[in-house]
Design a protein around this ligand. Structure first.
Ligand code: HSE
Length: 310
């Protein structure tokens, strides 16, 4: 039996919703799992099209580790398995590449095992490996989500509406930034003033997307909990935010997840100018970039192939 699962890219945080908000994009990784029939053949991991060659292909691979947890959940261990990971999502760019392959591996393994786990169990296992429910949740269910990890380890989430016309311009620079480095610059404590600032912005965000309120969204997409600290890791971020502030149609400019990509939310009317501004700002400091505008992907992970072999 072979199962393939296609999983969307995700952008976490969306400015004010640090470690909570996320959305899915129509850009995908695919994970295929195949039970190999040869006893003793072990676990084989193949990574196709990967732009980074630092991804482990042994039992330290995050897809394998997630699958192992699911097998353990049903009292088994993965023995003869072929895992194939095809990457279409840029790696270490803040677009949820890790979350997507973990999600794909878990859904595929769950199929192979006869679906012993429900979505809650899968989300919780995925989160145990990935640690970021704001990426994991939209990868599983699509759309725009809010998500939190409870003390029990379970993930509480809800899907939020998103105005159809609102677009996400994703600007990917030519350098990587590992999430652990991007988290290492965050402070242990923040001031009450900054906590209240984000609380206000996150509340405005939720209302703005329910009511398609562009003016409110422009206020809502600000953050004081993570972006100010991460600025130094992403050259040009500050000036790009400044340069886009008065551009017509821009509703917000935020760091994509932990960076280094930048996501510009707009009402969709001025995407070429947005692209030009970001490209030129980075180009001026010798950073090359790839920039594309997307609608939010409303579907989450889906099984693309499930073939029973005889
Ligand atoms: N919310 C997480 C962070 C996402 O910003 O560190 C990591 O992809």
């Amino acid at each position: 039996m072979k199962v393939s699962v296609q999983v969307p890219a995700t952008i976490a945080n969306l400015g004010c919703g640090f470690d909570c908000f996320g959305l899915a994009l129509p850009l995908y990784n695919e994970v295929s799992l195949e039970e190999t029939i040869m006893p003793g053949s072990g676990v084989e991991i193949n990574i196709l099209d990967a732009s980074s060659n630092n991804i482990p292909t042994d039992k330290n691979n995050i897809v394998y580790r997630a699958i192992e947890l699911l097998y353990n959940y049903v009292g088994q261990a993965p023995t003869e398995l072929k895992i194939t990971i095809r990457t279409g999502i840029p790696i270490a760019r803040g677009m949820g590449s890790s979350a997507s392959v973990i999600t794909g591996g878990l859904i595929a393994a769950n199929e192979l095992l006869g679906k012993p786990a429900d979505l809650d169990v899968l989300l919780s296992i995925a989160n145990e490996i990935e640690g970021h429910p704001d990426n994991i949740t939209p990868a599983f269910v699509g759309g725009v989500t809010l998500a939190s990890i409870e003390e029990t380890g379970s993930v509480t989430y809800r899907q939020l509406p998103w105005p159809k016309d609102w677009k996400v311009t994703v600007c990917v620079p030519d350098f990587e930034l590992a999430t652990d480095i991007s988290r290492s610059v965050l402070p242990e404590m923040v001031s009450m003033k900054d906590a209240i600032f984000n609380l206000r912005r996150a509340s405005e965000f939720v209302h703005a997307i329910h009511t398609k309120d562009e003016e409110l969204m422009q206020l809502a997409m600000q953050d004081r909990l993570h972006q100010p600290y991460r600025m130094k890791l992403v050259p040009g971020l500050n000036s790009i935010m400044e340069n886009l502030k008065h551009t017509e149609g821009v509703l917000g400019c935020v760091l994509a997840g932990a960076g280094p990509s930048i996501a510009v939310i707009s009402n969709g009317k001025n995407v070429n100018e947005i692209k030009e501004i970001v490209h030129t700002s980075w180009n001026n400091i010798n950073i090359d970039s790839k920039i594309h505008t997307y609608s939010v992907e409303t579907s989450g992970a889906r099984i693309t192939k499930g073939i029973r072999q005889f």
